[in-house]
Design a protein. Sequence first.
Length: 355
Amino acid sequence: MKLSSISSTAIQNAMRQTIRQAQNEMTSASTEATTGVYADIGVALGANTSQNVNLTREVSRIDSILSSNSIANQRMTTSQTALTNMGTQAQALMDQLVALSGNGDGSSVALAQQAATSTLSSVIGSANTMVNGEYLFAGTNTDVQPMTDYSSTANATIQSKLNDYVNTLKSQGLTPPVNSASDLSAGQITTFITNTVAPMFTSDSGWANWSSASDQNMTSRISNSEVVDTSTNSNSSGMRYLALATSVTNALMGTPPGLNQSAVNAVTQQAISYTRQSIDGLNTQASQLGLSQARLTDANTTLNAQKTILNTSIGDLTGVDPYEASTKVNSLQTQLETAYTIVSKIQQLSLVNYL
C-alpha cells in the first residue's frame, strides 16, 4: 500500500484559492442584495441580455421625452401667466374707455391716456418674458426680444397722417368745410382710423416696427406620435389690437389733434372695439396653449404607464430575490471565517512544537 503525503503548503494554497473565490462571490452577492439586480447581467442573462438592453433603452427614451415635456410645460405655464396679465390689463383699459364714453373733459381724457400708456408698457413687459434664457413670445426666434415700444414714433406718425387727411378733405371743398381737425365729423375720424391707422398695426409690414417675433411657434414631440405647439408669439391679433387701441387713445384724444366732442366719442368707440378684439385674441392664444397643455398631460400619463410596464419587465428579467442574496452573503461570510481559521491554524503548525 502506497501513502500519498499532503503538505501544509498545499493545504494553504488550496484554502487561499477558496478564500479568493468566496470573496469574489461575496462581492457579487452583496451587490445583488443591495441593488436587487444581478451583479453581472450579461453573465446571468446570457442570450437574453439584448432584451434587457432594448427595454432599458426604451425607458431612457421615455425619460428623455418626459424631461422635454417638463420644460415645454414650464414654458406654456409661464406664457399662460403672461397672457392672463395682458388680458387683465386690456380689461382695465376697456373699463376706463367705457367710463370715458360721452365724457370729453380734459381730466377724463388724461386718465384714459394714462391707462393706455400703462397698459401698453405692461403688455410689452409681459411679451418680453424669458424662461431658461428664451423669450416666450418670440416664436422660433427665441434669442430675439419680441416686442419693442414703438408708441412714440407711431403716435407722431398718426398725428402727421391726420394732418394730411385734414388737408386732403380741405382741398375737396366739402360742405360743411373741413379746415382743421376740430371740423372732422365722427364718420370722417372713424374712416381715418379704419383706413389709415389700423393698417399700421394689422399689416405685417406695419407691425414689423413693433415685433421681431417669428410667426412660427416652438413645437415639441410630447409622445411617440404627437407634436404640438408649445409656445406663442407677439404677432397675434390680441397684441396688435391692444397696441392699436392704446395708440388711438394716446394719439387722437388729446392735443394736438383737438377733435370736437363728437369725433372724440367716435375715437373712444373705436378704441373700445379694438380693446375688445384684443381681449378675444389673447383669450384665443391662451386657449390654444391650454389645449397643448392638456394633450401634454395626457401624453405624460401614457408615458409614465409605459415606463412602469417596462420597468416591471426589466425587474422580472434582471431582478434577484433580496432574501436569497442576503442568505448567500451570510453563508459566504461563514465560509470565509472558517477558511481564515483553518489557514491561521496551519500557519501555526511547526515541528518545534513536537521536539
